[in-house]
Design a protein. Sequence first.
Length: 234
Amino acid sequence: MKNVLKIKKSVFRLILSAFFGGLYAVMVLFVPHVMLIGEFVTYIGAIEIMVWIAFGKSGIKENIKKVLFIYLITFLLNGIINIFHVNDNMWKVLFIVLISCGIMIVGIKKVMEMIGEESVRYIVKITEENKSISVKALKDTGNHLTDPLTNKPVSIIEKDILYSLIEDTEKKIYVPFQSVGKSNGLMEAYIVEQIELGGKQYHNTEIGVFEGKLSKNNEYQMILHPKLFESGGK
């Protein structure tokens, strides 16, 4: 799950969560259920506790995504075990589960990568003083760079690309940032007149300058801040 959803957490917490799930399964076998509603409620509660142990606190959307993913994997594994009729042999069940998990992780990651190729890449048109350029851009949910003075999201673009467009250095600003190996720094940035993205126009957008290449094989030259999409546009 952590590999597919790209969630970084400790192996210990994942093992602890799995251990709790195992305890719940044993309890279900030996504790009689008084009502179906009671069984349903405890099952939902157990899943929530497992998610909390493994990944800690998260927002409502992230929590729902994790819970639904666990349900999906559970139903798939249960169906696979029933297909092979190995319910009576613990070692066979364990073998089938391990093989199935490996295949599902690889398959789901491939599908998500294929979907991601279409859903997160854009062609962005940047306009400044009657000059325009078009660049390939990637929407990156990991980009949290924000101008603390204006509270505006800051996208990032390769230096050579932006310098071919920008002539007025009076629009230069500096945005504080943190990165690996450098606790604090200032990134050179510019406020551009307009960018056009997905049929919408965004005015006075802040774009940070990156020294070097953002991607291999020149797949994209700009990284879009996810909050840019939430800011509207015309």
